[in-house]
Every structure is written in C-alpha cells, then in structure tokens.
Design a protein around this ligand. Structure first.
Ligand SMILES: Nc1ncnc2c1ncn2[C@@H]1O[C@H](COP(=O)(O)OP(=O)(O)OP(=O)(O)O)[C@@H](O)[C@H]1O
Ligand SMILES: [Mg+2]
Length: 312
C-alpha cells in the first residue's frame, strides 16, 4: 500500500473520514507524526514477521526423516535404552509399542532432547532429524523443540485463554500482529478439529474445556509452532472412543505435512494409524517393520508373544 497517498487524503479528515474544517496545522503535523509512527511500527512488525518466517523456513528440508543409531540412554547407572537403531520416514506415522517401563517415553523424549532436562541422564549414539545431528554442539535446542512438537498423555493446557494457549509459541517467536496471530489460532484449531467447538469461546480459560478438547487444544498448540515432527506420547489413552477417533483422523490427515511418532498401548490403534511399528522390550528395539508385516508376520517370537497378548 502507498502510505503517502493515505496520509495526503487523510490530512483534513478525522478518523471516520469526514471533513474536519476546524483542524489546525499543528494537529495535522501531530497526526502525520502519529501516522508515520504507526506506519513505521507496522513495517517493523512485518519485517520481523518475515524474518521470523525466514528463520523458521530455514528448517524446512526436503528430507525430514529421523534416524536413530546406536542410542543408549542412562539414568545414573540404570540403562533405559540399549543400542537402539530406528529409522522413521518422513510423512509417515511410526508407532512405538511395548510393555510398561520398556523405554518408549524415554525414546520419544530423546528426539527433542527433553531428557537433557533430567539430572543424571546420559545419552550416547547419534540421532539425525532431517540429516542434522540433533545432539551436535551447535544445535539450537529451542529451535529443535519448536520443530519437534510434543503432545503428552495428560493434556497440559496453560492456565490462560484458549486463544493465548495457541498464540503462545508464535508470540514467543516474535509474531505480534493481531491479524497474523488470529490466522494462526484459527488455522491451528481447525487442523486439530477443535475450531467449531471453541470459536465462540476463544477468550475462555482453556482449563474449562473437556479432557478431549484439552488434548486437541494441546495438539493445536503444538501445531501453532509450525513443527516438522510431531511426537505424541499416548495422546489418546485418557480419551473416550469418539475423541480418540477424532485424534486418529487428525493424525492421518497431518501425516502429509509432518513426520509423526506416537507411543501407544493400543494395538488396534497402532494398526489403524501407523505405517511402521517398533516393538520395545526392556530398553531394546526387538523388531521394527511395516505395521502390517509386524502384526501379521512378526519375525521375533517375543514380538509375537506381545502382540498376541501372551505377555505385557
Ligand atoms: N527420570 C528418570 N530417572 C530415572 N529412571 C527413569 C527416568 N525416566 C524413566 N526412567 C526409567 O526408565 C525406564 C523406561 O521408562 P519409560 O518411562 O521410558 O517407560 P515407558 O515404556 O514409557 O513406560 P509406560 O508404558 O509405563 O509409560 C523405566 O525403568 C523408568 O523407571
Ligand atoms: Mg511412557
């Protein structure tokens, strides 16, 4: 927009655009200065938005597969993951299954370096996302976490409005313009299948939503950060079948844009939504294969015993 035209035309008009004959020279100058300041701030905002977008877009890569090689995780002297090798293809859903305590959550948390926050935790091996070693010294951990959205078993909305929950990450990345934030909030809530239910209560506290709605809110919050990878640790275990169905449909729709890793105790869910399944046992990956193959023709006896319910 050519702002000089706007300024010229508005010199003798008030905010409603009606001629204001009583306006004096000084008012015009002050109005000019005020408009110029608004214009300057807006263009700074746009520049910031562009720079934020550029910074985020740098992380867009053609290959966004995840490659874990020889990964060991220790909590003190206890070894929770043992020499784990898994390759997760981009735009696919990988399900992690296995009995309680076998290391699924530990594994998924190594993918966004959340285990770094645990005292006494030591990790060896290599983890590449989009060809980058995420444990390399130069890795920007904040950017890594932005690019690897995480959804937990128990929904954890922030104690603030629905709108502010979703706008939280974009604001952190410097996006301030209301119009842009409104767009992100609407798009993310639509992606998470929650928009229709909350569009009239965006200013209500997110804690007032039902459990299933809170979980979708958390998914929307993760999506608002424009991640490339979505990590979900038992996202539907506390939900009713309808909410579970909504989230499964959502996962299916999202995989065209994201690489998704999901922990589940529900074998049917793994077969419904995943392309690949990794079976964990006592910190090891016993078998990792196409989901159909792993469930119909497991190569390892322990996998067979687990998926047929003989143990675990
Ligand atoms: N912060 C920690 N400190 C010490 N040990 C830990 C820690 N986190 C996990 N562990 C141990 O690592 C092992 C794997 O735990 P993890 O939470 O990864 O299991 P899981 O497969 O996700 O189990 P569940 O299905 O019950 O969620 C367990 O023996 C657990 O006690
Ligand atoms: Mg777990």
């Amino acid at each position: 927009m050519d702002r000089s035209v706007g300024l010229k035309n508005r010199q003798n008009k008030n905010v409603l655009g009606i001629n204001a004959p009583g306006i004096n020279e000084q008012d015009i100058n002050e109005q000019d200065i005020h408009e110029r300041e608004i214009s300057r701030r807006e263009s700074m905002d746009s520049a910031l938005d562009i720079s934020v977008r550029t910074r985020l877009d740098i992380s867009v890569r053609t290959r966004l597969d995840i490659s874990v090689r020889g990964c060991n995780v220790y909590f003190g002297t206890f070894q929770a993951l043992k020499n784990v090798d898994v390759h997760m293809c981009e735009h696919e859903v990988t399900a992690l299954i296995g009995p309680s305590g076998c290391g699924k959550s530990t594994f998924i948390k190594t993918l966004n370096r959340m285990n770094d926050l645990v005292e006494n935790c030591r990790i060896t091996g290599d983890i590449y996302i989009g060809g980058q070693n995420i444990y390399a010294r130069e890795t920007d951990v904040a950017l890594l976490r932005k690019n690897t959205g995480m959804v937990f078993q128990k929904p954890n909305p922030f104690p603030m409005s629905v709108y502010d929950n979703i706008a939280f990450a974009p604001r952190t990345f410097g996006i301030k313009k209301k119009k842009l934030l409104d767009g992100v909030v609407e798009r993310s809530l639509k992606q998470a299948g929650l928009w229709d239910e909350v569009k009239d209560r965006l200013r209500k506290n997110a804690m007032e939503l039902s459990g299933g709605q809170q979980q979708r809110l958390c998914i929307a919050r993760a999506l608002a950060a424009e991640p490339k990878v979505l990590l979900m640790d038992e996202p539907t275990s506390a939900l009713d079948p309808i909410s579970t169905g909504t989230i499964e449909e959502l996962i299916n729709a999202l995989k065209t844009d994201y690489t998704i890793v999901i922990v589940t105790h529900n074998m049917q869910q793994a077969t419904r939504i995943s392309d690949q399944t990794a079976f964990f046992l006592l910190g090891e990956v016993i078998e990792c294969d196409r989901t159909e193959t792993l469930f119909s023709n497991p190569k390892n006896k322990r996998t067979e015993n687990y998926i047929t319910g003989r143990f675990g």
